[in-house]
Design a protein around this ligand. Structure first.
Ligand SMILES: *Cc1c(COP(=O)(O)O)cnc(C)c1O
Length: 383
């Protein structure tokens, strides 16, 4: 099996799994209980929050543990919008659905939203961002690293523009586990992260929110997470998530170099062996773990199926939109021509990916593409 879909889900790090074990059976108490078992759980949770705060260089009270990226994003965007009750939000047309659909819902509730165009690399222009601010703008939200094409936005610059306009800035950092997550340096007010994209467990994430930043909760109840997110804390998942975050950030320099080598092998290997294809995303400002390539006159679904038969697992332009035949909103926003967009494959790799696996991909895939293209010509000649 050659797994090249790390942008959808990453395998759990065995060290992370080990870290989670004690919290399933031994330290199972409710951190809200006053007895010894509860206190053990509370102390563990406090320590985990402290460790997270060290990684993000923030205060422990600024961390809200959630059920994943989607919840963190919803809490950030809805939480700010509902606190202000009305106003204008700035985001981009190349965001994850969790951001886009939350904004669309807020539009139905009466908020107005600007979806900024991105350039042909999928990047938000600071100039256009600056121009989008209005008197009634309450929040801006821009993705850190794009999940489909890997383009990295200039978060520091965008956040400083937002600050200049006295508007809160949120970033969806779910694909940015290997990047700088120092919240002070980034200058963000809110930041969403999850465990499933950094070799941690699924169903857990966090929202960083600056202590002076207002927030209306989504969930009401026992008042956990400083009253910002009620519900008994999921200690095993949080322990795994925090461990994964620590490991990923500690090893990021080395891992980035390793992945960059794999990335350039894939890019040059495909572009030199397969005619009529193009690399999507920014040439330099990009994640080292993502290669998005559009093959002209190929149906992505067919190529995925053929690769699957060979035990090679890749995604269409976006895993989330792969069921529909419409090209993804990100490729559309980047104005990738239709005959290319339909044949877009995302190769995403990570911790468990080896050079040998890439050699196999580069050997197996080009002949498959040749056959698929030939068949297409035969089909269209018969029409
Ligand atoms: C995966 C992902 C999400 C959603 O996270 P979940 O933990 O699956 O809810 C949001 N944004 C981006 C960029 C992602 O990659």
């Amino acid at each position: 099996m050659i797994y090249l879909d790390h942008a959808s889900a990453t395998p759990l790090d065995p060290g992370v799994q080990e870290e989670m074990q004690p919290y399933f059976i031994k330290v199972f108490g409710n951190p809200g209980s006053p007895h010894r078992l509860g206190l053990d759980a509370k102390n563990a949770l406090d320590a985990l929050r402290q460790s997270t705060a060290s990684v993000l260089s923030c205060h422990p009270e600024e961390i809200i543990f959630t059920s994943g990226g989607t919840e963190s994003i919803n809490l950030a965007i809805q939480g700010i919008a509902h606190w202000f009750k009305r106003g204008h939000i700035i985001t981009s047309s190349a965001e994850h659905e969790a951001v886009l659909e939350t904004c669309r819902q807020l539009e139905r509730e009466g908020f107005s939203v600007t979806y900024l165009e991105v350039d042909r690399y999928g990047m938000v222009s600071p100039l256009l961002f600056e121009r989008a601010f209005r008197q009634d703008t309450i929040l801006s939200s821009i993705i850190y690293a794009n999940n489909e094409v890997g383009t990295i936005n200039s978060i520091q610059e965008l956040a400083s523009i937002a600050r200049h306009h006295n508007v809160l800035f949120h970033t969806d950092a779910c694909q940015a586990g290997l990047l700088d997550l120092h919240t002070g340096r980034l200058g963000v007010d809110l930041l969403s992260l999850n465990g499933s994209k950094i070799n941690g467990p699924k169903g857990v994430g966090l929202l960083y929110h600056r202590s002076d930043c207002p927030l209306q909760p989504l969930l009401f109840g026992g008042g956990q997470e400083n009253g910002k997110r009620s519900g008994t804390e999921n200690l095993p998942l949080i322990a795994g998530f925090v461990k994964a975050l620590e490991v990923t950030q500690a090893e990021k320099e080395e891992e980035m170099q390793r992945l960059k080598k794999i990335q350039s092998t894939i890019i040059s290997g495909i572009l030199s062996r397969v005619p009529n294809c193009q690399l999507n995303g920014h040439p330099t400002q990009r994640l080292p773990s993502n290669v998005s390539i559009s093959f002209r006159d190929i149906e992505a679904e067919q190529l995925i199926e053929e690769l699957d038969k060979q035990g090679i697992y890749v995604a269409a332009g976006s895993a989330c939109t792969s069921k529909s035949l419409e090209p993804s909103h990100v490729l559309k926003a980047m104005k990738v021509p239709l005959e290319y967009a339909q044949g877009t494959i995302r190769f995403s790799f990570g911790k468990t990916t080896s050079e040998e696996e890439i050699e196999t991909l580069l050997r197996v895939m080009p002949p498959i593409i040749e056959v698929l293209r030939k068949n297409q010509i035969i089909i269209s000649n018969h029409r």
